[in-house]
Structure formats: structure tokens, C-alpha cells
Design a protein around this ligand. Sequence first.
Ligand SMILES: NC(=O)c1ccc[n+]([C@@H]2O[C@H](COP(=O)([O-])OP(=O)(O)OC[C@H]3O[C@@H](n4cnc5c(N)ncnc54)[C@H](O)[C@@H]3O)[C@@H](O)[C@H]2O)c1
Length: 257
Amino acid sequence: MTEQATPTQRLTGRIALVTGAQQGIGRASAVALARAGASVIVNHLGNGAAARQVIDEIQALGGEAIAVDADVSTREDCERLVAAGDELGGVDLLVNNAGIFPRTPFLDLNDDDWDRVLDTNLKATFRCSQIVARRLAADGRPGAIVNLASIAAFRPSPRGAHYAASKAGIVGFTHTAAAELGPLGVRINCVAPGLVDTAQPRYGMTEADIAAASALVPLGQMATPDDIADVIVFLLSDEARHVTGQTLHVNGGQYTV
Ligand SMILES: NC(=O)c1ccc[n+]([C@@H]2O[C@H](COP(=O)([O-])OP(=O)(O)OC[C@H]3O[C@@H](n4cnc5c(N)ncnc54)[C@H](O)[C@@H]3O)[C@@H](O)[C@H]2O)c1
């Protein structure tokens, strides 16, 4: 720990953008980053009321946050989203969290299903990372990025060929981006959650399916959004200053490397 930074203030002065922050892991990350001292851009997808609740929670902690409605599956919105961070001082921390998992059997997948998942999960991660990194490079500022991968990148995921491809793509993208961004002082890593208690698993699993899957987790339960958010904060903090290009598995022991 440095003299200036306490464990609760280690991101003071940093400007963090969290995509898909209106709920779930994104929401927990936005709040955890604010608790660590960062000012936060809360991206949402047409749900100002949910984003307002996140902002209120951050402000109640004494933090600073703004909400930005943007669809990260388009470059135009990604550019506008990152630029909105200039109001707070310019984004130097990025969490590429927005994601979708519309479960579909492989034989039923069509090109539109495939493109929607790849555009939202993988292409948005590339775009937002590139936009933030270009700005940091132009200004000669350091920064850090965390991408949400998934256990699905490493082992089969029922009715999730498109999703698994997007998440495996994020892991591969991160390896090479880390090698190119390292010399610029920009770190980029992945967090790969297992099952997390959010809306996402409920788009294709029953509560009974979720309970059965949770029972198989060696640590005895699925993750909470906070379990993932705390690791994201660590990877964005200076405590992870020599960590880049890595995938940190946060799955209660469901999958080990
Ligand atoms: N919940 C899990 O079990 C689990 C496991 C592994 C990885 N993940 C990943 O974690 C991330 C967060 O998921 P979650 O579990 O909180 O799910 P969630 O469905 O609760 O949240 C996803 C968020 O992404 C946003 N989003 C979707 N498309 C968007 C777009 N085009 N533009 C902007 N925002 C968009 C949604 O509005 C929502 O706020 C995702 O990348 C997901 O794939 C989740």
C-alpha cells in the first residue's frame, strides 16, 4: 500500500467506465469502484430509472457518477460513451461488462443470433478498449481494462456456441491487446466468472437448474455480483500493477486451470 492509498480509497482520482452497469455484475462493479474512490460512468441500455438507482447508491457513499444511455454494439455509441467520461476528467479505467446470452441450440442458431451476440460481447469489448486506449496513448496516461469473459470460454455451455465463441474471443483478444498496450502503460485482463446470481442465467435456466448447478460448486454456492466486482476492482487497482494479459477465474472451484 502506498502512503496515499488506503484499501478503501485506492482508486481516488481515477475515472472508471462500466458498460452494462444498470444491473447485475456491472452495477456491483460500478458501486465497488465508487467505494474504492473512483468516479464512475454508469452505462445503461435505455433504462434511465435503473441507472438512476445506481447513481443514487454511489452518491449516498459520497461518490461521483454520471449515467450514459448507449448501445455498445455500435461504434458510434461506444465513441459517445467514452467521450461522455470527459465530463469527469477522462476515462482511465474500463470494465467491458455488457453482455447477452440468449441460449439457443446449435442447430437452430442463425446468422442474426450469432452476429448479435458477437457484436454485443466481443466487438464492443474490442471497440471500447480501442477507443479508451487510443485516448490514453494520445495523452500519455496509464490505464487499466477488465473484460468479462466466462467459464463458457473454457468448457461446454449448453445452447451457448455463439456465447462461448464470443467469450473465447475476448480471452484471445486480451492476450494480444495486453502485449501491444503494455508498453503504453495500459493493462488489460479478463475475469472469467462461473455461475453468478444475476438475470443472465435466468434467461435460459429454471430456478431448479440454477439450484442444481450451484450445488455442484466446490465452494457451495454460485457467486454473488459482489464476488466478481471485488476481483474487478483488484485488477484495476495498482495492487495488480504487474498483472496484464491474464484471465482470473472466479468460479468457486467449478473450473481450474
Ligand atoms: N451471470 C453469470 O452467470 C455470468 C457468468 C459468466 C460471465 N458473465 C458475464 O458477466 C457480464 C455481466 O452479466 P450479468 O450476469 O450481470 O447479466 P445481466 O443480464 O444482469 O447484465 C447484463 C447487462 O448488459 C447490458 N447490455 C446488454 N446489451 C447491451 C448493449 N448492447 N449496450 C449496453 N448494455 C448492454 C444489459 O442492459 C445489462 O445491464 C456479461 O458479460 C456476462 O456474459 C455472467
